[in-house]
Ligand binder design. Structure first.
Ligand code: NAP
Ligand code: GDD
Length: 358
């Protein structure tokens, strides 16, 4: 009998890679989608006719839909990936973020209990390095104290603790992956790496003037999303439910990501100036290609994330360096150089078609 997996957030970056991964392993995969005005799910469109792949309407803010889906499909494994996942936007919609990112986790756990699956269903919770926030230790590992530093991170902290609580109170197999930033050619376009790769591709093809960013000195431990979904699965195959830090163990700045991405597009950038006055200048032409705006600064920002993946390497046999940083930038740039070739519509100065602020 094929194992049955249920993925919330299946239309997102990680959900789409995870669905592919589990289908390849022979799972029957059920994904939850929410109703939207555009019913096209770009990241999973290629999977929609795959045998063994099924979609259900539901929402993390709606307990009844969770109970209905989980009761009907009776999954062996649940991957709770759905979230309002943008940190800056969590300052704009803090209450909604708390409802989905915090209470949503409780709803999934309770739905499993309500359906009588507490002893059989294993649950993965998408936790985050944002829990370390205003970091109290470098690098961050499973024992590092949490110091969440945004409405998103505070909500994720609730998710982390409620999973731990249900594990201890009811003996459920539920665990959290404390994942550091992971990116890909499917990353949402307002996260900083994808904003940069798309802009570098467009600028090199004369379709955008410049890229406007926030804090260029922010440091992240960036991995490749496709490698990280394997770890989610490994955590649920473990003998016991445990939480793991998942990271590469390497750190780079936003500025460095820019330089590497632009170099890939044939533009050598030199940064000059400080703070809001800092600019990224094309060495060959003297044109300013990167500027800084306070619009992309956060009320509180997490600026020094570096993970220690030793526990995952030792206990799960996971390779944190499968896709090194330069390969990640190359994969994203190769994809986006092709993607923007087809674009003709003029973009505003931020490389966006709308007036949104991220
Ligand atoms: P993402 O691309 O933003 O995808 C989020 C998914 O959640 C989408 O499928 C979205 O559906 C869905 N969703 C949002 N609100 C929902 C709701 N109320 N009910 C049901 N579904 C909802 O995020 P990701 O990068 O794949 O990340 C996956 C998870 O890992 C998230 O929980 C995120 O917080 C966490 N995480 C991500 C990273 C990272 O670096 N990527 C690191 C640590 C933790 P729509 O397509 O309809 O919007
Ligand atoms: N988005 C964005 N846009 N970030 C910028 C910009 C910009 O124009 N300029 C500088 N940054 C800085 C942010 O201030 C932050 O310090 C860093 O770049 C990374 O920002 P994001 O790419 O938006 O990601 P994040 O680290 O805030 O959150 C992502 O990773 C978390 C794991 O650490 C998301 O995927 C979260 O869902 C995830 O939990």
């Amino acid at each position: 009998m094929a194992k049955i997996a249920f993925i919330t957030g299946v239309t997102g970056q990680d959900g789409s890679f995870l669905a592919e991964f589990l289908l390849e392993k022979g799972y029957e995969v059920h994904g939850m989608v929410r109703r939207s005005s555009t019913d096209f799910h770009e990241r999973i469109a290629h999977l929609e006719d795959t045998p063994g792949f099924h979609l259900h309407y539901g929402d993390l803010s709606d307990s009844l839909s969770l109970v209905k889906i989980i009761g009907q499909i009776r999954p062996d494994e649940i991957y709770n990936l759905a979230a309002q996942s943008h940190v800056q936007i969590s300052f704009d919609v803090p209450e909604y973020t708390a409802d989905v990112v915090a209470t949503g986790v409780l709803r999934v756990l309770e739905a499993v209990r309500t359906c009588g699956l507490a002893n059989s269903c294993r649950i993965y919770q998408a936790s985050t390095s944002e829990l370390f926030g205003k970091v109290e230790e470098i690098p961050q590992r499973e024992t590092t104290p949490f110091h969440p530093y945004s409405p998103y991170a505070v909500a994720k902290q609730y998710g982390f603790w409620i999973v731990k609580e249900y594990r201890e109170a009811y003996g459920m197999f539920c665990c959290s992956g404390i994942l550091f930033n992971h990116e890909s050619e499917r990353r949402g376009e307002t996260f900083v790496t994808r904003k940069i790769t798309l802009a570098a591709a467009r600028i090199s093809q004369g379709k955008q003037e410049k890229l406007v960013l926030g804090n260029l000195s922010s440091l992240r431990d960036w991995g490749y999303a496709k490698d990280y979904v394997e770890c989610m699965w490994l955590m649920l195959q473990n003998q016991v439910p445990e939480d793991f830090v998942i990271a590469t163990g390497q750190q780079h700045s936003v500025r460095e990501f820019c330089q590497k991405a632009f170099r890939y597009a044939g533009i050598e950038l030199e940064f000059a100036g400080q703070g809001l006055e800092e600019k990224g200048i094309d060495i060959k032409t003297g044109n300013v290609r990167v500027e800084v705006s306070p619009q992309f600064y956060r009320p509180t920002d997490v600026v020094n994330l570096l993970g220690d993946p030793s526990k995952a390497r030792e206990k799960l046999g996971w390779n944190p360096q499968k896709t090194p940083f330069q390969d990640l930038v190359r994969i994203m740039m190769e994809h986006d150089i092709q993607k923007v070739k087809g674009e003709s519509r003029p973009l505003n100065i931020r490389g966006k078609r709308t007036g949104a602020t991220t």
